[in-house]
Ligand binder design. Structure first.
Ligand SMILES: [Zn+2]
Length: 237
């Protein structure tokens, strides 16, 4: 449970970052030189997974036997109470798109250095349900993808993958029932655009991987399409 002090700290650092944009969103020290969003020390302290350096990484393994995936990785561990969840919360609920672009850029940089990552032809953000998109006003995965795109130099096509069913009851279903309806959740609008292309799917955090799995189905049906997956955070089940 959060203590009163932690709540106050959260309140004040949120307030301070609005009032003083040159303050680190992690430690509240003053940002210097080329630093943006968080200082060098907080950036270095983000918990790296190193998944992008191994084909046998847990994110990639989580798709084995479920859906064909070229390569999957997450770059940071997503652990409750740490800085990454705080930054993603600001991106999703506090309209801090600058934080999303920043996280996307770090992710892109880590990927381009890694041996198992091959440059995609196109980037597709995991879509939000239209209802959620209307209330939030933007999809956080679009913003992360913009940051990745700047570094990886591949275009983002945000409206090509669409969600068809609102699966609010997913969690109450058995694994078999989930598998049965996972295939029809997403649809590709113009499949011919993706023929023989290497597509990079982008999500903020991977937990069970079922949303990403569902996104892969329509893409894998297109001739010659290869799908890779990248998420900023990895949350252990
Ligand atoms: Zn800092």
């Amino acid at each position: 449970m959060k203590t009163l002090i932690q709540n106050l700290q959260g309140y004040f650092s949120g307030f301070l970052s609005l009032a003083y944009p040159n303050i680190c969103n992690g430690c509240t020290n003053t940002l210097r030189g080329a630093e943006e969003i968080i200082c060098r020390k907080c950036t270095a302290n983000l918990p790296r997974t190193g998944f992008e350096w191994s084909e046998n990484n847990p994110a990639n393994q989580s798709f084995w036997g479920r859906v064909p995936v070229n390569f999957a990785a997450s770059v940071f561990y997503y652990r409750k109470g740490e800085l990454l969840p705080k930054l993603i919360h600001q991106l999703k609920y506090k309209r801090r798109k600058d934080i999303g672009v920043f996280l996307g850029k770090i992710t892109g940089k880590l990927l381009t250095d890694a041996p198992f990552f091959h440059k995609p032809d196109v980037i597709i953000p995991v879509p939000l349900h239209p209802r959620k998109l209307r209330s939030r006003g933007y999809n956080q995965c679009d913003i992360l993808s913009q940051g990745i795109s700047e570094v990886v130099k591949a275009p983002v096509l945000p409206d090509s993958l669409i969600r068809q069913v609102y699966n609010v009851s997913q969690t109450r279903k058995t694994r078999f029932e989930r598998w049965e309806n996972v295939e029809g959740i997403f649809k590709i609008v113009n499949p011919q655009i993706f023929e023989n292309k290497h597509v990079l799917l982008v999500d903020d955090v991977i937990t069970t991987g079922s949303t990403l799995e569902a996104c892969c189905f329509p893409l894998n049906q297109i001739t010659g399409t290869k799908v890779s997956i990248i998420t900023v955070g990895y949350s252990a089940r």
